[in-house]
Ligand binder design. Structure first.
Ligand code: SF4
Ligand code: SF4
Length: 388
């Protein structure tokens, strides 16, 4: 499949989470794409898919902010009265997570429901692709219009978590960690994300970039105002614009380059039509995102990968002992067998086995105290210096 048409990406400035300001900015962004009716028919079942990574309050900047979610939901409800929302966070009770994130309250106020992504069924993609089948949440399969409402954040595996990566939450239940295990290298994992997007074809992508997260995202980074809301039908074009805003070459994001190669969307600005506020006005030159060499460095041979270059060259998760509350959730979440995190007693801080750790950063995503940081070895810093 080739993507020849220009992809439209709307950028709208919004500098606070004030409900009225956000609502007006969301409506402006939707108008720039032709209005919400372009995406929703009156009898459609509309499913909103926010980012509900784990149990964090809106002030922590980890999840889609309720003001953005509210404005998108209000617009969707104007077009159809059958609107619901759901997500499949990696761990924990999704309803509780949605309540902590403030989204359940929005749904209650506007009169629409949360739906569980727990039940799913296998859907076959294509025989000749890397990932031939995905277990997709039934509610996603039932929906007529899927609106993906992501959050602008960094990610230690994929550099960014944007429109393409947010779709991963449509995979039902506990299948997600297995993908990390099967596809430990970023290009392979990113190809799977692109294949998932091609399979599900979300109708509209909206990104909450009013407050971004830099550094150790998607959970333990620092909040940084980026003052933007992004809108597009094309998740690759949207992530390309997001990459540019944080001063990261778009092709350094594997899901952007693979997304272009596989026809999911556009990465070249010649093929992206920018509408709304000026992209240049949003660029944060010193945004803290990993710009070094990616998994190109890791040998594909698993023995070499485990034994040799890995511990000299790989970035690695480390636990900040001051922040750790010894809950053990990171151990539970680790997909390797045996676990790459362990401890002798429940009262101990977990320790890493860096020889078996595949650097999927699932432990970091789940840590409730944001206690897991990323360490870059000196040799890697030197290599990255020359790479950049
Ligand atoms: S999840 Fe975080 S707080 Fe809990 S044990 Fe692991 S590092 Fe410590
Ligand atoms: S220790 Fe953390 S980064 Fe390493 S494999 Fe386990 S979850 Fe992934």
């Amino acid at each position: 499949m080739k993507q020849n048409k220009k992809s439209k990406v709307a950028l709208v400035r919004c500098e606070s989470y004030d409900t009225d300001q956000v609502e007006s900015a969301v409506n402006e962004g939707l108008q720039l794409l032709g209005g919400i009716q372009e995406f929703i028919d009156s009898d459609d079942y509309v499913l909103l898919k926010p980012n509900l990574l784990s149990g964090h309050t809106p002030e922590e900047g980890v999840t889609t902010h309720p003001a953005v979610f509210r404005a998108v939901a209000k617009a969707a409800l104007q077009a159809s009265n059958n609107v619901k929302f759901g997500d499949s966070p990696p761990k924990g009770n999704p309803e509780k997570i949605a309540t902590t994130a403030g989204l359940m309250q929005v749904a209650d106020e506007l009169g629409f429901e949360f739906v569980s992504f727990e039940d799913g069924e296998y859907v076959f993609y294509k025989d000749d692709q890397q990932t031939r089948k995905f277990k997709i949440a039934n509610q996603v399969l039932k929906s007529d219009t899927l609106i993906n409402v992501s959050k602008l954040k960094t990610h230690n595996l994929t550099r960014i978590t944007g429109a393409v990566k947010n779709v991963f939450g449509c995979v039902s239940g506990l299948e997600k960690p297995e993908f990390h295990l099967k596809l430990p290298l970023t290009p392979d994992f990113s190809r799977m994300l692109v294949e998932l997007c091609l399979l599900l074809k979300p109708d509209l992508h909206i990104m909450d970039g009013i407050m971004g997260m830099e550094g150790d995202g998607p959970n333990a980074g620092k909040m940084r105002p980026t003052n933007v809301l992004l809108f597009s039908r094309d998740p690759v074009a949207l992530d390309t614009v997001f990459s540019s805003i944080i001063n990261l070459k778009p092709s350094k994001v594997a899901s952007n380059s693979i997304g272009k190669e596989m026809g999911l969307g556009n990465i070249d600005f010649d093929n992206i039509e920018l509408v709304g506020d000026d992209l240049e006005s949003f660029i944060v030159e010193d945004f803290d995102v990993y710009r070094g060499m990616g998994d190109e460095l890791k040998p594909r041979n698993p023995i070499l990968r485990m034994k040799f270059l890995k511990n000299w060259l790989s970035r690695k998760p480390v636990i900040d002992e001051q922040l750790c509350i010894k809950c053990g959730e990171c151990i539970e979440q680790c997909p390797t067998d045996p676990k790459s995190l362990s401890r002798e007693k429940n009262t101990d801080i977990p320790e890493y086995n860096y020889h078996t750790c595949i650097r999927c950063y699932c432990c970091q995503e789940i840590c409730p105290e944001m206690a897991i940081k990323i360490d870059t070895p000196l040799l890697r810093k030197i290599v990255d210096y020359f790479y950049n």
